[in-house]
Ligand binder design. Sequence first.
Ligand code: YXS
Length: 263
Amino acid sequence: METGYALIESKIADKIGDITLNNPSKHNALSTALIDELCAALEEMLLAQVRAVVLRAQEGVKVFSAGHDVRELPTNGRDPLTYDDPVRRVIRMIELFPAPVIAMVEGSVWGGACELVMSCDIIVAGDDSTFAVTPAKLGMPYNISGVQNFLNAGGMPLCKEMLFTAQPISVRRLIQQGIVSHAVPRNQLESLTRSIAEQIAKNSPLVISLLKEELRLLSAAHNLRPETFERVQAMRRMVYDSEDYQEGIRAFFEKRAPKFQGK
Ligand code: YXS
């Protein structure tokens, strides 16, 4: 069964869902429109009770996804990354989806798209893939649940290096850290991903759904006093109210390196 979307492709066959990001002119930037289609496709797959979902980009892409659509990031003093931010919505949907979501990655992954990929249950990547977590380059006050996802996925040292340098990290580093399960030549990605999805689809969906939720709850089990959370929000507000945040966005559109002043 194929469903017509403008920015993604979606199909279900043999109880396995397949979603392809398909907005190459904008490098699959995670715009609200693309995320809305992604969420709609996942809703359909939920109703169809698929046993696994594969999330991919068009075959042979240079860029898997360029991350948040920077054109949608507010510069009027509003928090740019709130609970209802499109990327946050789809990440929660993937985390709560009862069946495993397998990210099949080709090309480079940027910004919020790294968190999107890491929110998937299994990552299979081309051996030339890179991952760049870019809030520090953009002056962006990343939100604490997103930082927790990176920390849960990658561990403190690599998490700090990726966040502080904002530079592309090779998939080899992420394999060493156990973030990415397999890195293979691009021409092997399809067969490997398919075999993993088919193996999962043969197992008990009820048990897998229970295991996935148990693992989600355990990884999210961090006691954070409300006052602590409010202090973090105040720290984030200082950032998104800063001149550096405006400079980061301006530099992006002017295609130049940002000059941050620390204020
Ligand atoms: O100039 P035109 O109109 O043709 O548009 C260009 C780019 O502006 C556009 N584009 C984007 N538009 C909105 N949001 C984006 N994230 C984005 N990325 C690219 O796509 C058109 C072609 O891009 P161009 O000319 O740069 O292509 P390229 O092949 O030379 O380079 C591809 C990339 C992906 C290396 C380059 O586009 C790039 O570095 N993009 C930004 C990657 C990035 O820093 N993403 C983080 C976005 S912010 C985010 O995700 C979070 C909020 S955070 O930063 O906190 O993690």
